[in-house]
Design a protein around this ligand. Sequence first.
Ligand code: PLP
Length: 384
Amino acid sequence: MQDKLTLMIPGPTPVPETVLKALGRHPIGHRSAEFQSIVERTTKQLQWLHQTTNDVLTITGSGTAAMEAGIINTLSRGDKVICGDNGKFGERWVKVAKAYGLEVQVLKAKWGQPLNTNDFRQLLETDTNKEIKAVILTHSETSTGVINDLETISKHVLNHGHAITIADCVTSIGACNIPMNDWGIDVIASGSQKGYMMPPGLSFIAMSKRAWKFNEISNLPKFYLDLKPYKKTSDKNSNPYTPAVNLYFALEAALTMMQTEGLQSIFARHARHREAVHAGMKAIGLQIFSEEGYGSPAITAISPQNIDAEQLRKEVKEKFDILLAGGQDHLKGKVFRIGHLGFVNDRDVLTAVAAIEATLGDLGINNVKTGAGVAATAEILQKR
Ligand SMILES: *Cc1c(COP(=O)(O)O)cnc(C)c1O
């Protein structure tokens, strides 16, 4: 049905009416006092979201721009780094690091499994010459629905004493607790079309004091993503280049909504929706792809054995106007993914489960009692 499509993919995510309305006005001059006050307020709001006093800079670009900025602004050619890789976005980190000539040691885990924190601890503990400059990883691995133990890994990095932690928190910020200061994370990359309840177009990069120290000697080539001009102008509530002015209107509206809801409520909502989706899928007889206990609060990957996941997705979209995500690379057709990130409420989760259940019934491959998934989901949702 026209205009009825509900996005339940891990970005772009649904955008609230208030945020859409904020977008729909004339752009204003980006050197105006009005715009500067928006930059001032959104910067404070971003620090609130990151639970930090560190700089949080806004770049016009997608999440990958912030990832790339994180690497090129802290590291130097030939630096030794450890990259965690347990999915598509871990792979992306490896590619970016290699593109800039870093010496990359990859710590892999199978897709669906979390990164092994002990692998990181061992490498860091045995690095007595302090050659490792950075540990780079994805917090919520969107391709597999796995949440990695960023807290423990960043602790191991702190114990090392020299390396910094660079984290892709693109689908975890605004979904679960990431106290940047308390955990001692040095660089956090994220993007507007995920937990921020905004359209795509802005990316955010948080930089610790240690990250700025690394920046002083970093010699990788950079220009648009050179963070020094962003920092210099951000201190004066401005931007080095023309920012996506209207997206800043949306950013302020979205972050204000988030502040009204409160961090703890936002985290609790995402945790509840993860639980509800897991319970619903299991009740239908479908398998959760991620290792038990490591489900991302933002996205759930499901491997429906003997069922073509693409066929299921297509039917759910056609019949119910709900867009689910497919599997990436070798998982194409083998998994589908339900995004429950950002502007998602209990109704969205309940209807997604119901739509999947009904579609399986239509396809003649549901061998459990119809309604079992909805019942299991509703039971979790009632608990709040
Ligand atoms: C979406 C996403 C990104 C960024 O992708 P862009 O398309 O560049 O915005 C990075 N990491 C993860 C884990 C993501 O889910």
